[in-house]
Design a protein around this ligand. Structure first.
Ligand SMILES: [Zn+2]
Length: 126
């Protein structure tokens, strides 16, 4: 059902855990299958210098979160904001159609975190 890249990120996910000195934390859940993703971002000079995640969910949700954190690490907030579910799914070499909604979680969590960071600093959310 899953390709090698997805299985690799599922069995050996990158950036898993808690970021103790995170600047912002956001959690999103999928009403569809009950997946939950929590994202921690450390931001310096408008750039994501560190990121960690915790995902309670299916293989697609875990692999997508892992890939999404790899894609936004080191990026500016503007660059991270433009990350789409398609970018994540493409980077994973594709996801089975019924599992595409699971890749949305990571994108949502990252955007929620970025907006929370902006709100915390008195900026308008994007
Ligand atoms: Zn799922």
């Amino acid at each position: 059902m899953y390709n090698e890249t997805v299985m690799d990120h599922f069995t050996n996910p990158r950036n898993v855990g808690v970021l103790e000195d995170a600047d912002v934390v956001a959690e999103t859940s999928s009403p569809g299958c009950g997946d939950i993703t929590k994202i921690y971002l450390k931001i310096r000079d408008n750039r994501i210098v560190d990121v960690k995640f915790q995902t309670l969910g299916c293989a697609a949700a875990i692999a997508s979160s892992s890939m999404a954190t790899e894609l936004v690490k080191g990026k500016t907030l503007e660059e991270a904001w433009t990350l789409t579910r398609t970018d994540v799914a493409d980077a994973l070499g594709g996801l089975p159609e019924p599992k595409l909604h699971c890749s949305v979680l990571a994108e949502d969590a990252i955007r929620t975190a970025i907006n929370q960071y902006r709100i915390d600093r008195g900026l308008a959310p994007w």
